[in-house]
Design a protein. Structure first.
Lengths: 565, 182
């Protein structure tokens, strides 16, 4: 993990002090609520349905046991005892009173954490592959590069008030586990024919009302130039992105409207910075800086490139253990090591939620089995990156005791869901009850395994925090006449090998009532099971037969919406 | 950072705000908009100080050739959350080496000061209700930053060794405590 320098540490304390000053001026009536709003947003503080929401940055998903314990303490002492992991690898609290917010920022700074740029129209927390640094298919470990990007983007003075939010995702593996095509900037680390390291750069992907996949703007950018190239992209966006209509303000709209002209403008700006500006090449990353940052991302103490003795699986393994091995345990680049997902998808809690006690338990498990390091995954689970194969049986027992061992990773109940209308002020409909209905409907493990790999994503509104566009099955909450309705779409993809080229799903018909959604999903799944060829996965069947065969069975479950279909 | 006290400011717009470019006498310290400047640029005498105010959707490239003739460029924030003028200022300084005053006008609030200072503004007209003391204080929270800025475009990592350590300091309690009292 990245180790904060004394400068980094003071910097987050300074940010906390600045925030406290702004909060106190607000509480004293010297800074209006309206004018305080963008300031608190850029520290992660929203005002939600019931109380403020705090979104805490977990840069590229890496978190230590010590940090997770501190989050548990905050959950216990300032919130109602739980938090929620998001698709952007962050953690959200929902019940902290605003007048306590500066105290919480101080507690976060104690463990090198903050809420900087987790909201607002600025460059947001940068996300990555949860398996960064341990994935067997990794070409380049992206973490040092992302850390350098994180520092560069932190409190960038020119880019704090962009037309709209700006999200960057980076992967260094051949498999895209970071959905880079769906981001404002997607970066894939590659090596060219000469063996040099660089970035393949996409711009202008995004979800929301207008789902668009990013456009490839650079096949190979030498790694040293990434800060300058991103400066060029963001400056073109800051100058020319639309500000007249917030629904058309994301960079995807600019890229789509301008096409090649946008790409040309970025390349021209890039050239101007390097050739014309005062000290314009100053942000070219030096080898010394790369080496300094990379030194934080070495193997944990006691782990070597040679790995560990390969442990044979237990011959007397129970079926439950075998299932956990199959779904929750992943390959590792070092022999004798595994990456293990702690599932936060269980019937007792909403997807991605974790209690304060469970934070402590996950921290203890990470210390016992993973050198005190965890990752927050894009699909709202926790992952242990450094588990020895010989520890797997003991880890399974501990994970089970802490309710983290549901063997469902990649299956229909491992769904992505936003907090929805139960918490979020933007939502049109609730996500959590729908997620609970579907989880209950598919509680039979044999059935779950028979259905196989499937991405089910639920968003409570078109802002798409639950990534419904990229779900094999996408569920979108919509509001009509003050009531909650749900659109169901099929065939979306996040861009992974399993899911295929990134693409939004297609809606299968008029919206369903809340109580019909689980039935509709079940009808879709039953149709798949009837239609599938041998060993064919859900998404492959949908692609082969199209969405039409799913429409009639889904419509047949309608009760209150029967007139609509 | 210079705080402009508007009644005492020697710069003035042409009679009435943003009027059509009729006949313009080359008085010193006139602050002209782009249309007005275009009407007089061929005849404006050298040596008579003149300033330009730019809307935030104007490309600074358009006036690049004339920048040497202005003592002042005023950039506008129609809304506090519209960040286009930060890029304009940055380009004026870093790309076109503009050495005159770059002034922020419009909805200019206390908490924008750190951004303004680092993108090249050296003068501000605060919105009438804003506290100058609070604005000066807002400049004091961060001894250093990661990325470069117009004062020194080198990011922290490219500065001389020892720079980060020199920038590490704690606030004294008095500074932290005085916030709400200003």
């Amino acid at each position: 993990m990245y180790q904060y320098t004394e400068f980094d540490r003071r910097f987050v304390h300074q940010r906390a002090a600045q925030y406290r000053d702004q909060l106190e001026r607000n509480l004293a009536g010297r800074l209006s609520d309206d004018e305080f709003r963008p300031l608190r947003l850029q520290n992660g503080w929203y005002v939600q349905r019931h109380a403020p929401m705090l979104r805490i940055a977990v840069p590229y998903g890496e978190i230590s046991a010590r940090q997770l314990r501190q989050l548990g303490r905050i959950a216990r002492e300032y919130d109602r005892g739980y938090g929620h992991f998001t698709t952007r690898q962050n953690l959200q609290f929902n019940w902290i009173p605003l007048d306590k917010s500066a105290d919480v920022m101080d507690l976060l700074a104690e463990v090198d954490m903050h809420g900087i740029q987790t909201s607002g129209n600025c460059i947001r927390n940068i996300t990555s592959d949860a398996l960064a640094g341990v994935a067997p298919d990794e070409v380049v470990d992206p973490r040092p590069y992302i850390e350098i990007l994180r520092q560069w983007s932190t409190l960038h003075p020119e880019f704090a008030f962009l037309p709209r939010k700006f999200k960057i995702a980076v992967t260094g593996a051949t498999e895209d586990r970071a959905a880079i095509g769906w981001h404002d900037i997607g970066l894939q680390m590659v090596r060219n024919a000469a063996g040099e390291t660089g970035f393949k750069v996409w711009v202008g992907g995004g979800m929301g009302r207008t789902p668009i996949i990013g456009t490839l703007v650079r096949e190979f950018l030498p790694w040293q130039q990434i800060l300058v190239f991103i400066e060029a992209i963001v400056r073109v966006y800051n100058r020319y992105g639309r500000r007249d209509n917030m629904y058309k303000a994301r960079i995807k709209i600019l890229v789509k409207a301008e096409g090649q002209k946008f790409v040309d403008a970025v390349n021209t700006e890039f050239g101007h910075i390097l050739n014309d500006d005062v000290d314009g090449g100053a942000h070219t990353i030096t080898q010394a800086e790369f080496d300094r940052v990379q030194a934080s991302f070495v193997l944990p103490p006691g782990v070597s490139e040679a790995g560990a003795p390969v442990a044979a699986p237990k011959s007397d393994a129970s079926p439950a253990y075998a299932r956990w091995l199959q779904r929750n345990v992943h390959g590792h680049r070092l022999p004798g090591y595994r990456a293990v997902t702690l599932s936060l998808k269980r019937a007792s809690l909403p997807p991605g939620d974790i209690t304060a006690d469970q934070m402590d338990e996950a921290a203890a498990i990470a210390e016992r089995y993973s050198h005190g390091e965890l990752r927050v995954t894009h699909d709202q689970n926790l992952l242990l990156p450094w588990v020895r194969e010989s520890d797997l049986p003991a880890l399974w027992e501990d994970a089970r005791a802490a309710t983290f061992a549901t063997p469902n990773i990649g299956l229909i109940t491992d769904m992505i869901a936003c907090p929805g209308g139960d918490f979020c002020g933007l939502a049109n409909a609730r996500s959590i009850p729908v997620a609970a209905d579907i989880t209950e409907r598919f509680s039979d493990l044999d059935e779950l395994y028979d259905i196989g790999d499937i991405d089910l994503h639920i968003s409570g509104c078109i802002n798409s925090c639950g990534h419904h566009h990229s779900g094999h099955i996408g569920i979108l909450g919509v509001d009509k006449d003050g009531k909650e309705w749900y659109q169901v779409s099929l065939g979306g993809s996040d861009g992974s090998t399993l899911s295929g080229t990134a693409v939004p799903g297609k809606v299968i018909g008029p919206s369903f009532a809340a109580e019909e959604v689980a039935d509709a999903v079940e009808a879709v799944i039953e149709t798949y099971r009837r239609q599938r060829a041998a060993n064919e996965r859900f998404i492959d069947t949908v692609r082969r037969v199209g969405i039409d065969p799913f429409k009639a069975p889904a419509n047949a479950v309608r009760r209150s919406t029967a007139h609509a279909a | 950072m210079k705080f402009i006290d508007t009644p005492k400011d020697r710069w003035h717009a042409l009679g009435g705000e943003d009027g059509p470019p009729v006949s313009i006498n080359p008085d010193p310290y006139l602050l002209l908009d782009l249309a007005q400047w275009h009407a007089v640029r061929a005849t404006w005498p050298a040596g008579v100080p003149v300033g330009l105010k730019l809307a935030n959707d104007v490309d600074v490239e358009e006036v690049a050739d004339d920048l040497g003739r202005f003592e002042l460029v005023a950039l506008h924030f129609p809304k506090r959350v519209d960040g286009r003028a930060y890029s304009q200022a940055r380009l004026l300084r870093s790309r076109y080496r503009f050495k005159g005053e770059v002034r922020a006008t419009g909805e200019v609030l206390v908490d924008m000061l750190p951004l303004l200072a680092r993108t090249g503004f050296d003068a501000v007209v605060l919105r009438a209700d804003q506290s100058r003391d609070a604005a000066e204080r807002a400049l004091g929270f961060f001894p250093g930053h990661y990325q470069g800025d117009v004062a020194d475009n080198r990011p922290l990592f490219a500065r001389p060794s020892g720079t980060p350590a020199r920038l590490v300091r704690d606030f004294d309690d008095a500074f932290v405590q005085q916030g709400a009292s200003i």
